[in-house]
Design a protein around this ligand. Structure first.
Ligand code: NAD
Ligand code: UFG
Length: 338
C-alpha cells in the first residue's frame, strides 16, 4: 500500500512508519517538526534499511498538502499530526482548534482533490471524559473535559461527516489509551521537548538522573493503592494497530471507532516499581496533591478492536519499561544527542 503519514516524525508516527516499511509498504511522511526532530528520519531509515519520502510542511497549508497528496497518490492516510498537551490546550485553545481541527479539514480537502478515500485517525481515550462506567467501550458517552479532548472529539465528527458525504470512503478512529515504551532497538522513542507532562517519560528522566524526583499526583483515589490507574499500551503494539486499521479501511466503508488498549490497568506506584525493576535504579518520588482534571481510573474494553481489526496487544508491562529504559539510557538527551 502507499501510505501518507502526517506527523510522521513524532513519537507514535515514527514507530508506525518503521512497521509500515518493514511490512513492505511505501511511505510519504509530512511533519513541520513543531514537536519532533529531523534526526528521527535517519533513524527510521537506518532501522529498516529502506527510504521514505518526506515533506517539511504544515498540514494547515492546504495548497502544499494538495500537491503532496496528488503527487504521492496514497491508497490511505494515517493522520497523527496534532498538538497534544492538555494544559497548553486550555491556555491556547484557538491554536489547538486551528491545528487539530483546521488541520484535519485541510488534510481532507487535499485528499478530496486527489480522490483519496481512506483515513486512519489518532483519537484518544480522553474523548470519553469522566467515566460513567468502566471499562470504557466505544459506546460510552463522549464528554471530553478539556480543550484538547474536545479537539479530538470534534475531529472525529469532522471525519464522520466527511466520510458520510464521500462515496466509498472509510474513516477509522483509533482511541488510544496511554501509549508508552519505545522500539526495542533503543534507536527511536519518546523525546518530550520540555518537562514531560506524562508519567512514563518523567519516570525515565528521573531514573537516568535528569530530574530529582517524581511528583505523584494524589494517593487518595479509590484505586488499589490510592494512585491513578491507567491502561498503558506499548507503542509497537499501537503501531501495529494502525496497520490492522489500514487493512480494515481497505475492506470496509463507513466510520468506525476502536479502543486501542490492553484492558489491564496499572497505578502510578505499579509503574514506578516496574520501572525501577527494569532499570535497576531507585525512582525517588513524593506524594503531591491531585492534578486538576485527572480521573481515578481509565481502562479500555479493547474487544471491538480484537474482533474487527484482528489486533491484540502482546507486549506486557516489563516490555514497556525495559524498552523505555533502553531508549532513555542510550539517548539520555533524546534526539538532542544527534
Ligand atoms: P508527537 O507530538 O510526538 O507527534 C505529533 C507530530 O505532529 C509531531 O512530530 C509534530 O511536529 C507534528 N505536528 C504538529 N503540528 C503539526 C502541523 N500543523 N503540521 C505538521 N505536523 C505537525 O505526538 P504523538 O504522541 O506521536 O501523538 C500523535 C497523535 O496521537 C496526536 O494526534 C496525539 O493527539 C494523538 N494521541 C497521543 C497520545 C499520547 O499519549 N502520546 C494519546 C492519545 C492520542
Ligand atoms: N502522573 C503523576 N505524575 C506525573 C505525571 C502523571 O503522578 O508527573 C499520574 C497522573 O496523575 C495519572 C497517571 O500518572 O494518574 C497518568 O498520567 P499521564 O499524564 O501519563 O496520562 P493521562 O492519563 O493523564 O493522559 C494521557 C495523555 C492524554 C491522553 C490520555 C488518554 O496525556 O493526551 O492519556 O489517551 F488523552
Amino acid at each position: 500500500m502507499r501510505v501518507l503519514v502526517t506527523g510522521g516524525a513524532g513519537y507514535i508516527g515514527s514507530h508506525t512508519i518503521v512497521e509500515l516499511l518493514r511490512q513492505g509498504h511505501d511511505v510519504c511522511a509530512v511533519d513541520n517538526f513543531d514537536n519532533s526532530s529531523p534526526v528521527v528520519l535517519d533513524r527510521i531509515q537506518e532501522l529498516t534499511n529502506r527510504t521514505l519520502t518526506f515533506h517539511q510542511t504544515d498540514i494547515r497549508d492546504t495548497a502544499a498538502m494538495t500537491d503532496i497528496v496528488a503527487g504521492f497518490a496514497p491508497d490511505a492516510v494515517i493522520h497523527f499530526a496534532g498538538l497534544k498537551a492538555v494544559g497548553e490546550s486550555e491556555a491556547e485553545p484557538l491554536r489547538y482548534y486551528d491545528v487539530n481541527n483546521g488541520g484535519t479539514v485541510s488534510l481532507l480537502t487535499a485528499m478530496d482533490a486527489a480522490g483519496c478515500k481512506r483515513v486512519v485517525f489518532s483519537s484518544s481515550a480522553t474523548v470519553y471524559g469522566e467515566p460513567v462506567y468502566l471499562p470504557f467501550d466505544e459506546n460510552h458517552p463522549c464528554q471530553p473535559s478539556n480543550v484538547y479532548g474536545r479537539t479530538k472529539y470534534f475531529a472525529e465528527e469532522i471525519l464522520r461527516n466527511w466520510q458520510s458525504a464521500t462515496d466509498g470512503a472509510c474513516a477509522v478512529l483509533l482511541r488510544y489509551f496511554n501509549p508508552v515504551g519505545a522500539h526495542p532497538s533503543g534507536r527511536i522513542g519518546e523525546d518530550p521537548r520540555d518537562v514531560p507532562n506524562n508519567l512514563m517519560p518523567f519516570v525515565a528522566q528521573v531514573a537516568v538522573g535528569r530530574r530529582a524526583a517524581l511528583s505523584v499526583f494524589g494517593n487518595d483515589y479509590g484505586t488499589h493503592d490510592g494512585t491513578g490507574v491507567r491502561d498503558y499500551i506499548h507503542v509497537v503494539d499501537l503501531a501495529l494497530a494502525h496497520i490492522a486499521a489500514l487493512d480494515f479501511a481497505a475492506r470496509n466503508e463507513g466510520t468506525e471507532a476502536f479502543n486501542i488498549g490492553t484492558g489491564q490497568g496499572y497505578s502510578v506506584l505499579d509503574m514506578v516499581s516496574a520501572f525501577s525493576r527494569a532499570s535497576g535504579r531507585d525512582i525517588p518520588y513524593k506524594i503531591e496533591s491531585r492534578r486538576p482534571g485527572d480521573i481515578a481510573t481509565s481502562l479500555a474494553d479493547p474487544s471491538r478492536a480484537n474482533a474487527q481489526l484482528g489486533w491484540r496487544a502482546t507486549h506486557d508491562l516489563d516490555d514497556m519499561c525495559a524498552s523505555t529504559w533502553n531508549w532513555q539510557s542510550t539517548n539520555p538527551n533524546g534526539y538532542g544527542d544527534g
